[in-house]
Design a protein around this ligand. Structure first.
Ligand code: 6PG
Length: 487
């Protein structure tokens, strides 16, 4: 049974929810000088286990919300680390009962940012601060140093900032945490982080599939290729762990583990939210969307079984293996530029929509360490935004324009090779299509406008004069100027 060590106020931060993420964050907090951590879990066994396994840590075990509140110095600050959803609301309801105006409730789960906006508004009415904080880095990151994306009020940041900075990952002496913006801004940015994560992972999967099926190399040989890539411009956590996963041998069969894993990808929803939100904001996130769809396609076994007999090309093995692999690497880098460019476009649009003052350069900076998408590449993004904070598109930054200029021939060849070989590469291909759409001087949207005007009189604008027009398609086909929107 948890012996509440003391309930007089001695803890400067509290954690509610001691599953792996919560326990690891509590341990991380307790390991930092100056922190004493109050902990509470609905089932007391978890609290028991944490305290007994880490007797040296500055924990204050509590068994009720009242004890938990009493053990915290004011302004109280508590981190909720429970599965996002109804459980989050339940804990908020309990904390609101025992907290006072000026205290701070932080939701560290992967909550949908619109839920956070709703919660922040409701809790703020009690005088208590509510903060939605994206925390990235998984279980290991929680323990050793995550990237943290808190939203919430300026008042809450005064107390919370130093505490979060004490546990975040550090890159170039700077903690990977920043006050992202008010109410749901933190969870919004974490959602975009996860969307980019989906695209990153799918791109790596496509690169693996192309090399595996195009060259016949084994998972272990491909692991060596990824390990080599990880020493260069593609250096990143996801590339690093990919090599580890591909090297893993399944102990029960002696085969590569990756060949024994069922090829149906799951998802907890943050990628879907990113695409839904981007659609609402009118922002193309084609790479992220195709990554979400790729997971959906993989999880349709009945359709895949029925389609297995559909005709496809007989792929001939790649002749210039090294050249092909280098082409895939370059295509991966160029496609990654597009995925991040689109992700940051969504951040800009979200900030405008929700009136957040989000600094893109700061977000790139805190993504350099601790989070799942951490990568050398993020230094380049940080530099690009430092050079031009009002960059209209990341891909137009000189550094990235140069990256794509060098990569585009390979990029195009890889997309073409994949199509000819019948190997699906949806994020490679959609990223290239986005790039070509963005840079095109004329798009078939002109024809779309003509079609829409023909069947729906939706009107159109002209390139040679101001105004909005409609053609009398069912009459004498003369063009009239009209009051429509032209859109
Ligand atoms: C992180 C991870 C974390 C979690 C993902 C899993 O940033 O630490 O992204 O949030 O592992 O949500 O996402 P899916 O289950 O949707 O792949």
């Amino acid at each position: 049974m948890v012996e509440a060590r003391a309930t007089e106020a001695q803890a400067n931060i509290g954690v509610v929810g001691l599953a792996v993420m919560g326990s690891n964050l509590a341990r991380n907090l307790a390991s930092r000088a100056g922190n004493t951590v109050a902990v509470f879990n609905r089932s007391h066994e978890k609290t028991d286990t944490l305290l007994s396994e880490h007797p040296e840590a500055h924990f204050v075990g509590t068994t009720t919300y009242a004890e938990f509140a009493a053990s915290l110095t004011k302004p109280r600050a508590a981190l909720i680390m429970v599965q996002a959803g109804a459980g989050t609301d339940a804990v908020i309801d309990e904390l609101v009962k025992v907290f006072e105006p000026g205290d701070i409730i932080v939701d560290g789960g992967n909550s949908l940012f619109t839920d956070t906006i709703r919660r922040e508004k409701a809790v703020r009415e009690t005088g208590i601060n509510f903060v939605g904080a994206g925390i990235s880095g998984g279980e290991e990151g929680a323990l050793r140093g995550p990237s943290i994306m808190p939203g919430g009020s300026d008042e809450s940041w005064v107390t919370l900032g130093p505490i979060l900075e004490s546990i975040a990952a550090v890159v170039d002496g700077e903690p990977c945490v920043t006050h992202v913006g008010h109410d749901g801004a933190g969870h919004f940015v974490k959602m975009i982080h996860n969307g980019i994560e989906y695209a990153d992972m799918q791109l790596i999967g496509e690169a693996y599939d192309l090399i595996r099926r195009g060259t016949g190399k084994s998972p272990t040989e491909i692991a060596d290729i990824f390990a080599e890539w990880n020493t260069g411009e593609l250096e990143s956590y996801l590339i690093e762990i990919t090599a580890e996963v591909l090297r893993q041998v399944d102990t029960s069969t002696g085969k590569p583990l990756v060949d024994m894993i069922l090829d149906q990808a799951g998802s907890k929803g943050t990628g879907v939210w990113t695409v839904q939100t981007a659609l609402d904001l009118g922002i193309p996130v084609s790479g992220i969307a195709e990554a979400v769809f790729a997971r959906s396609v993989s999880s349709k076994p009945a359709q895949r079984a029925a389609a297995a007999a559909l005709p496809g090309p007989t792929a001939s093995p790649v002749e210039d293996v090294d050249g092909f692999i280098e082409g895939v690497r370059q295509a991966l880098y160029a496609s990654k530029v597009i995925a991040y460019s689109q992700g940051f476009d969504a951040i800009v649009a979200g900030a405008e929509q929700y009136d957040w003052d989000i600094k893109k350069g700061e977000i790139a900076k805190i993504w350099r360490g601790g989070c799942i998408i951490r990568a050398r590449f993020l230094n380049r993004i940080t530099e690009a935004y430092a050079e031009d904070p009002s960059l209209v598109s990341l891909v137009t930054a000189p550094f990235f324009t140069d990256v794509v200029a060098k990569a585009q021939d390979s990029w195009r060849n890889v997309v073409a090779d994949a199509a000819h070989a019948g190997i699906p590469a949806p994020v490679f291909a959609s990223s290239l299509a986005y790039y070509d759409s963005l840079r095109a001087d004329r798009l078939p949207a002109a024809l779309t406008q003509g079609q829409r005007d023909f069947f729906g009189a939706h009107t159109y604008k002209r390139i040679d004069k101001e105004g909005v027009f409609h053609t009398l398609w069912s009459g004498d086909r003369t063009e009239i100027e009209t009051e429509g929107s032209g859109h």
